[in-house]
Structure formats: structure tokens, C-alpha cells
Design a protein around this ligand. Structure first.
Ligand SMILES: [Fe+2]
Ligand SMILES: [Fe+2]
Length: 476
């Protein structure tokens, strides 16, 4: 295991790929198919752009990346595993205390493959969802950040494809090919998970997506970083290093939108959405509706509130909890219970179920706590501006499509409502066609160094401490 990455190989890696010719050849056959996919479904019209990107050069936490101009199709997508994850023994489930697996145990092969394919499928999906956003970027800084996220999602696909090729033989190679043939939003051959078939049509959606949906990625990856299957743990651990920037793009992006809106509201002396819109900013109620949409779609990604698969994955040692080893319990959970929500007499109430079956809900609740913290930071921007508006996350039963709660209509404040009350209010709770058309109308293309669109404030600092007017993208 090298900590520095070998860039002399055709596929950059720190897994001694050159020692395994059969594997290297299989991956080298997949590589042109990946590049074809990137040209077809990656950021549109960007072949000649020089982009100021970071590239991983090491898997050590200190100084792992280097910055420089890269033409995106020449980006060196590679295979990077973190040196060690956790310890040498499995930390949870029925194999707790046994040595970690360096190969796939036969009885867990199908489940592990499914976990890896499901994670792998989200990576190209988000690139597909975001592929037209470069045409409407609010600044060069934001354009560069979009492309950084895109190339790293491409690398995350490589990370999962390496595991499929290396450990799953022919089935794995077939799954790796299928990862390049499904398409986000395609009626016949869609991506596996719902949120990854939604559109990301504008930059407010992108910021909400990277804040909420990339954060789902963080929690899924963190749970897989606990896996008893050591290569999966080490792979996902390094992916988490890259993921932090994606969530930063979302958190700082929404914060800058909110900041700009507050400046406009103060200048106008009004919170009237029509006036805010006329002044070229996004009114806060619209920001709230976008938040409601992305939050609810994202928490569905954690799956059904009760799931025997989740119990199996945990008990078998395949997928742990977030921060598994920091938890003070027996890490087997047979005697534990956990509350899930259901409707009783027209109201939502929690009832206890065996925790092993509720592990999706446990992870969802961890995600919710983490999400709420960032929303609090957005509110501090509004607070500092001296304005009374506050953003909130909706109730977790709001607008759900998966699990017990999918059968209910629930308002953002957590009341079970009738179909007619839902219909009468849905336009206040979720982005309407009019909201989306308005946000779309603001999406011009700003590419003059140091300039920003009317609806977003500049960032506090540049990428890699570059100045405000830095040339993040050069157009060939
Ligand atoms: Fe990713
Ligand atoms: Fe991501």
C-alpha cells in the first residue's frame, strides 16, 4: 500500500495495480468506456476548458491534494484507498472482534455487490444531473467548484468500479458496465435511487443538492467506512476526504444566496417577495421551498424506516452506523429498540421497534442532526442582517415517498393533513412551476473574473486562497 499515488501508470493508483496485469487490463478496457460516458454525459461543452482543479496526490491527510490547471477530459481519475480504516478487527455485528476481511466472504457476496453498485450508481448520476449548469454559472469561482465536484464524482465511480473489478469477477465487470449505461431521469433505464433521477435545473437546486444530497453521501460513506470488508472501508474513507468540499459548495452557496437576498431586502426596506424578485434576488420563501424539496427527497435516500436488509447488513458486518466505534453500546444491538413514526388516530406518534430493523432511521436521524446545524448557520446570516425571517427544516414526515410515511400527507410543521389541505398548500410548501421559472430566469452566465450574478454574494475567500478576480476557468 503506497500513500503517494503512482501517476506513471495509465490509471493512477495506490494499490500496486501494475502487479496485477489481469486486473489492470480489465480496468484499462473500462477506461475508454468511462471517457466516452464523460464526453457524452459530463459537463457539456467543456472539452477545451482549462480548469483550476485539485487532484489527489497522496492519501495522507496532510497535503493530499495539489491545485493546477487541467483540461477536464485529461483529469487523472484514479484508484485511491486510505491507508487504514478503523482497526484490524470488525467493530460490530455477529463477527465483532474477528479479523476484517481482505476478500469478499462468499455468503455476503450478493449483498456487498448490491451495496457497492447502489453507492457507485449515485456518482455518475449526479454528474448527469448537473451537466448543463456550467452554461448558467453565476461566476468563474462557482463554475470551477461545479467542475471540481463533477470530476470527483467521476473518481468516486472509479472507486466503486475498482472494487467491482477486483473482488467480484465477471459479475463485477458487468455491473461496472451497467454503471455507464443507466442515465439519470431516463424512463427506460434510470439511475437506481429516486433523488438521483430528479433534475438539477438551476444553481439554487445545485447548492441545495450539494448541501443535502452530498451529505447523504457523507453518511452512507461513513457507514461503509466501518465495514468489515476492509477494501470497502478504506475506499470509502478516502472518498469522504473529497466529499467535504462538495458539502462546502452547498453550504457556502446557499449562505451566499441568503446573504445577497438580505442585502437586497435591506436596501429595499421590504420583505415583499415580488419586490425582492424584481431587484434580481431570490426571496427567502422561495429558498425555503427549495430547501423543503431537497431535504425531503434526500431523507428518502436512507430507505424504509424499518428494513430487514438494514438489519442483515449490520449483523453481517457489511455496513455499520455513522461513528460506529464512538458509540457506547454493545455494537450488536439485539436488545435495543428505536422509535419510528407512524400515524395513529390522525396524528404522528413514535413507537419503538427493534433497533436492528430501524438502522435506516438511525442513519437518517444522524443526517438530520447534521443538516439542521448548517441551516442554523444560514439563519445567522439573516440574523446578522437584522431580519426576522428564519429558515427551518421541515418535519421528517413531510413529502415522503419511501417507508410508512409515504402513505400520509404531512405539512412541514408535522401535522397529518387531508388531501384537500395538501392540494391547497402544496404551492407554499414546495417550489411551484412559477418559482422554478423565476429562478431559471435569473440564471445568466457570468464568466468575467471577479464578477458575480445579481442573486449571489461573492465568497469570503477564494479557492486555495486565490484572489477574488482569479481566473479559475480559462476558455480555450
Ligand atoms: Fe461522490
Ligand atoms: Fe459528492
Amino acid at each position: 500500500m503506497q500513500t503517494t499515488i503512482n501517476y506513471a501508470d495509465r490509471i493512477p493508483n495506490n494499490v500496486n495495480l501494475s502487479d496485477d496485469r489481469a486486473l489492470a487490463r480489465a480496468l484499462e478496457r473500462w477506461q475508454p468506456a468511462f471517457l466516452d460516458w464523460w464526453r457524452e454525459m459530463g459537463p457539456s461543452g467543456t472539452t477545451d476548458y482549462d480548469v483550476y482543479l485539485r487532484t489527489a496526490v497522496s492519501v495522507e491527510p496532510q497535503g493530499w491534494a495539489q491545485f493546477g490547471y487541467v483540461k477536464m477530459p485529461d483529469y487523472r481519475w484514479g484508484i485511491f484507498l486510505a491507508p487504514v480504516a478503523g482497526g484490524a478487527t470488525i467493530n460490530f455485528g455477529e463477527h465483532k472482534g474477528e479479523p476484517v476481511w481482505h476478500d469478499v466472504p462468499g455468503e455476503h457476496r450478493a449483498n456487498l455487490r448490491r451495496i457497492i453498485v447502489t453507492q457507485g450508481d449515485t456518482e455518475p448520476a449526479s454528474v448527469e444531473q448537473q451537466r448543463h449548469l456550467g452554461l448558467t454559472c453565476p461566476s468563474l469561482y462557482d463554475l470551477r467548484n461545479l467542475f471540481q465536484v463533477n470530476v470527483e464524482e467521476g473518481r468516486h465511480l472509479w472507486a466503486m468500479v475498482y472494487l467491482l473489478h477486483r473482488y467480484f469477477g465477471r459479475d463485477g465487470r458487468e455491473e461496472a458496465e451497467a454503471l455507464l449505461t443507466r442515465r439519470s431521469g431516463d424512463a427506460d433505464n434510470p439511475r437506481i435511487l429516486g433523488a438521483f433521477n430528479e433534475k438539477t435545473p438551476d444553481w439554487l437546486s445545485l447548492f441545495m443538492f450539494t448541501y443535502f444530497t452530498d451529505r447523504d453521501g457523507k453518511f452512507q460513506l461513513a457507514a461503509l467506512a466501518e465495514s468489515g470488508f476492509e477494501p470497502l472501508a478504506r475506499t470509502t474513507k478516502f472518498m469522504l476526504t473529497e466529499e467535504a468540499h462538495h458539502m462546502f459548495v452547498g453550504e457556502s452557496g446557499v449562505a451566499r444566496v441568503v446573504q445577497r437576498t438580505c442585502e437586497v431586502m435591506k436596501a429595499l426596506g421590504s420583505d415583499d417577495p415580488a419586490k425582492v424578485r424584481a431587484a434580481g434576488a431570490i426571496d427567502l420563501p422561495t429558498v425555503q421551498r427549495y430547501l423543503n424539496f431537497h431535504y425531503s427527497v434526500t431523507i428518502d435516500l436512507f430507505g424504509a424506516d424499518q428494513s430487514s436488509n438494514a438489519a442483515t447488513f449490520y449483523t453481517a458486518g457489511l455496513k455499520g452506523r455513522f461513528d460506529e466505534t464512538k458509540r457506547d453500546d454493545d455494537h450488536r444491538l439485539h436488545d435495543r429498540s428505536y422509535p419510528v413514526l407512524a400515524a395513529a388516530d390522525g396524528r404522528l406518534a413514535g413507537h419503538d421497534v427493534p433497533m436492528l430493523n430501524a438502522l435506516n432511521e438511525v442513519l437518517r436521524d444522524d443526517f438530520i442532526r447534521d443538516s439542521v446545524a448548517g441551516v442554523g448557520r444560514w439563519n445567522r446570516v439573516v440574523e446578522k442582517a437584522g431580519l426576522p425571517f428564519r429558515l427551518t427544516v421541515p418535519h421528517k414526515a413531510f413529502h415522503r415517498k419511501i417507508g410508512t410515511l409515504a402513505q400520509l400527507r404531512v405539512s412541514p410543521d408535522g401535522r397529518v393533513v387531508s388531501e384537500s389541505e395538501w392540494d391547497a398548500n402544496a404551492g407554499d410548501w414546495l417550489p411551484s412551476d412559477d418559482d422554478r421559472a423565476f429562478v431559471a430566469s435569473l440564471m445568466g452566465r457570468v464568466v468575467e473574473p471577479g464578477k458575480f450574478a445579481s442573486w449571489i454574494a461573492p465568497p469570503a475567500v477564494g479557492i486555495n486562497r486565490q484572489p477574488a478576480n482569479f481566473d479559475y476557468v480559462r476558455f480555450g
